[in-house]
Design a protein around this ligand. Sequence first.
Ligand code: GRF
Length: 218
Amino acid sequence: MKRARTAVLVSGSGSNLQALLDAARDPGFPAEVVLVISNVAGVRALERARSAGVETRVVDHRRFDDRESFDTELAGLVRGRDCSIVCLAGFMRILTAGFVAAWPDRILNIHPSLLPLFPGLHTHQRALDAGMTIAGCTVHLVSADLDAGPIVAQAAVPVLPGDTAERLAARILVQEHRIYPLALALLAAGRVRVENGRVLLDAPLPDPNQAVAVPDRA
Ligand code: GRF
């Protein structure tokens, strides 16, 4: 099996990166992480990549005059490692339309809300403020619009009495670590098709509780 060469872009702790690295340790996993790029030096995510023996790069966005030149540098690195998939894992920069167009339907992002609800920042507090009784996370294909793009996987958690944004975030993060490897595996295995802005899977997932993209029954 040829595994899909994958680059992961990070900015911080990298717990989602860790989930991807752990999944990719299995030689049967259809993707391998070959490059981790951070826009911030010294973050935990870089240590996690090094411990897994994965090449790391720091590209500080502040060195660049504009988003285009920053993204051109990123794209050069990703292309240089021959990556067919890019995963954003807590990457706190907005990619340009040019970068997104270079890997059409091949860039994944994890977002800590049930999109299309609560795109952007402070998702957990906004879910609490809205009186939501469930919250969750989404893995989606990246489009030129922020936190938009076809949904590949979602997981929901209950909002519990007395929840704070921190407690809710911790409960959601557990689910992020479950669905991100799942979504990457689906994409890498060629099981994700996009039609009319929606993801169709080639077949239902074995565990229907994990199935979140719509299986294509046509
Ligand atoms: C996660 O909550 C992710 O959904 C969001 O940023 C956070 C990153 O956490 N985009 P980590 O760096 O993966 O631990």
